[in-house]
Each structure stands twice: as C-alpha cells, then as structure tokens.
Write a protein that binds this ligand. Structure first.
Ligand code: GAP
Length: 424
C-alpha cells in the first residue's frame, strides 16, 4: 500500500485533496495520470453497460436534489452507521469495524480503554441553498447516485422505447460523511459511483435470474480488464449488514493489502424505491405493477485503486504497472534517442503527431533512454517507441514492450496497424 500511495503521488495519479492547506480528510485529487485512468475505467464501464447493450440507457442526474427524495428513500432515517466513542480520547469508530477498534485500543499502549454504547450517526452530507442570508434551505448532497435513476424512472419510460426488463445506468459523484475515511481512497467522503439500476417484473424467479446474471456479468467485466481471478470473490451480506433498501445483497470483493474489501455491491432492492416514490409501470398488455430493481453499484475510485494494486510489479531493476492497455493512461510514448539532434527530434515528432489522434501518446526527450523507459513503466505505458540513427536510414523504429522489456523493429508505416492490433 505504501508503495502504491508513494507512486501515485510521485507520478501524478492521486494527490491528497487541498494538500497545501494541510488537506481535507477523506478527499483526494486526481493528477494527470490518475485522471486518464479513471476516465478509461468509466469509458469501459459505459461501453459495456450502455453502448453495447440494447436494454440499458444512460442518464446524468443532478447531485443536488429536493430533500424530500432522501426522506422518502429512507436515507434520512436509516442511512446511518452505529458509532462507538473511545472514552480515553473521544475518537469515534464504526461499531462493526472490530479490527479498527482493536487497532485503536492497541494505540493506547496497555491503558484500559472503555467505549460508549453505540449511537446512530447519519452519513448524508448537508449543504445550504438560497440567496438571502438566514433564509437558506437545507439540502443533502446525494449519498448514492441511485435516487436520480428512480426519480426519473417515468421520464425515461415515457421519453424512450425501453420495456421491462431494462436498465438505467449512471456515473457520478456521491458524498458520505464517513466516520473513519481511510486506506487511501478506499473509504473517502467524496467519491464516484458507476451504477446500473435494472428493472424487472416483480416475480421471485425473475429477480433471482437477473441478480445472478448481473453478478456474473460484473465479475466478467473486472476479469476482462486484467483483474487477477484469485484476488476476486463474491460474499453474501449477513442479515445485520444489509442496507435498509436491500432484500438481499452480495459484494464483489478484492483481496487488498488491508484484507478482502468491497469492490462493488450487487443488491436486490425489490420494490423499495419505486413504491416509496409512488412510481409504477404499465406493461404493453395494460397490466400495472411496481417493478423490482436489481442494482450493480461499483466505485470508480475503488476500481482505480484496486486496478493499480493489481497491476503493481517490481523486480531488482524496475517498477512497472502492468495495466490492461484499455486502462493505461498512455498507450504509447515516443522518444528521440538524443534531444539535441534535430533530425531525430523532427522524425520522432512526426510519429508522435501521427499516433496521437488514435492512441493517447506521451512525448519524452529528457535524460537518457533508460530513464525514460523506467518513467513510462511506472506510468503503465504499454509501448515505447524510440527514433534512433537507424530510423533515418531505413524508416524503422524500436518498439519496447512494457511487461517483457523486449524490443522489436517496426516500419513506421506499419505502426498504426501494429498498435491497433496490440491495444485491442
Ligand atoms: N446505490 C447503492 C450503494 O450506494 P454501496 O454499497 O453503499 O451501495 C456502492 O456503495 C459502491 O460505492 C461500493 O461498492 C464502493 O465501490 C463505492 N463506495 C461506497 N462508499 C464509498 C466510499 N466512502 N469511498 C469510496 N467508494 C465508496
């Protein structure tokens, strides 16, 4: 974990939020490489969940919603964590996080630590809207992006051609007043979710079928992007840990350095949300019913962190991120062998310009070639292209593979085709 945190800061993946003012707990800023990684993750998610499907449409709902949404959805009453307070130093912890509580007790080095009874603590973040001082109205920043899909359910049905079973997909920011943010970006107070709400007929067999289907689809998606199968598992929620809206739930978990941890939640929400919002559906045969919802709710930040952990490699010579090419921030990098030879620089520039429209491409002419390779390895760039003196004679370049460090000579005229095949 320490190595990943240091690499993220050093190379511009992730910085602590508001760092020059001592930070703001539970917030993170993504640098140039991290922003590309997150964008790639979201694009891949959108492609598989919306673009390639005929039964899912996408929306982008507002972060600020009428507070009534959160009262009706049950979040004002039930989106709570039970908290216990250390009577020695008054720090608060989630009652169910036994490891964190034990760790905290140890930090008091043998002193007897007593705790308060658990108290409920609401996770919704409040904000205030209004132009006249003193007449502001209190709202909540959304604690899950999900409610935007429910309040727009009838809008989507009436403005598109979707028919049950169908899904509404969305990606966006959510906010939670987490008691103990931690493990780097794993538990943040501001984070992004990528979610599918899939509406099905309210029948047990239908609910079960789609629950199993989405569990498998989502696992397949993580594996298709290079996630190590042995680091993934499904875990059923116990009765006492299920969210207030869930009939039943399973988590896709990743084996992180801090233990098996939730990647994504697959929830059977039944008719909890649509019935609370008094929304329904009329089928083609005129029958009216309240659909059930199967939800696949993943975190963009957690995915970025887990894919980085999954990709981290080191040996005695180098550190590299073996990211899937689709996730890698840069796909290729172009170097002139020497920065002070205009004929090499011009040739390299023309290759850089020709690759850039099709592949996210980096340019580097600092230091020596070895250092440039090491720098791109740490950024996870799958291929580096070097223009050398042989290039000026036969129009070939060296292409180096990030994972094997092997090099081959490729004709400049074949580069587009070469990378189109390699980066699929
Ligand atoms: N709509 C359902 C929902 O929000 P959740 O299990 O509370 O369910 C879904 O959250 C996903 O959102 C989690 O699996 C995780 O990936 C991400 N997530 C939740 N809380 C988070 C936090 N504090 N920091 C980062 N990601 C978080």
């Amino acid at each position: 974990m320490e190595k990943i945190v240091a690499l993220c800061k050093r190379r511009g993946f992730i910085y602590p939020g508001s760092e020059i003012y001592s930070g703001l707990t539970g917030t993170w800023d993504y640098g140039p490489l991290g922003t590309e990684l997150k964008r790639n993750l979201k694009n891949e998610w959108w492609r598989s969940m919306v673009a390639l499907r005929s039964d899912v449409v996408g929306i982008d709902a507002a972060i600020m919603m009428n507070p009534q949404v959160w009262r009706v959805s049950g979040h004002v009453d039930a989106f709570t964590d039970p908290l216990v307070e250390c009577l020695v130093c008054h720090m608060r912890f989630r009652e169910d996080k036994k490891d964190e509580i034990a760790q905290h007790e140890n930090s008091h080095k043998g002193e007897k630590v007593e705790w308060t009874q658990p108290k409920k603590f609401n996770l919704l973040v409040k904000a205030y809207l209004g132009v006249v001082e003193g007449e502001q109205s209190e709202i909540f920043l959304r604690g899950e992006i999900t409610q935007g899909a429910f309040v727009n359910f009838e809008n989507v049905v009436s403005s598109t051609r979707v028919k049950i079973p169908f899904g509404i997909a969305q990606i966006g920011k959510a906010f939670r007043n987490e008691i103990t943010p931690g493990n780097f970006t794993y538990r943040s107070r501001e984070f992004e979710q990528m979610e599918l709400e899939f509406f099905v007929r309210p029948e047990e067999a239908e609910g079960d079928r789609w629950f199993d289907y989405w569990k498998e689809e989502r696992l397949k998606w993580y594996k298709s992007l290079g996630m190590d199968n042995s680091k993934l598992r499904l875990r059923k929620h116990e009765d006492d840990e299920r969210a207030h809206y869930a009939k039943y739930a399973e988590d896709i978990e990743f084996e992180a350095p801090f233990g098996w941890s939730e990647f994504e939640g697959i929830h059977h929400r039944g008719d909890w949300d649509l019935s609370r919002h008094k929304l329904g559906y009329v089928d083609a045969d005129g029958s009216k019913f309240t659909p059930w919802v199967i939800e696949a709710s993943g975190g963009v930040d957690r995915s970025a962190l887990f894919f980085l952990l999954n990709a981290y490699r080191e040996d005695e010579k180098r550190v590299w991120l073996s990211l899937h090419p689709k996730l890698a921030p840069y796909k290729t990098a172009v170097f002139p062998l020497l920065a002070n030879k205009p004929e090499l620089v011009d040739k390299a520039r023309s290759i850089y310009d020709s690759l850039k429209p099709n592949f996210m491409t980096a340019w580097d002419d600092r230091g020596n070639i070895g250092k440039r390779y090491l720098s791109q390895d740490e950024a996870g760039t799958p291929y580096c292209i070097t223009v050398d003196f042989q290039t000026l004679e036969d129009d070939t370049v060296t292409v180096r593979d990030r994972d094997t460090a092997e090099q081959e000579r490729i004709k400049i005229s074949k580069l587009q085709e070469y990378f189109s095949n390699k980066l699929k």
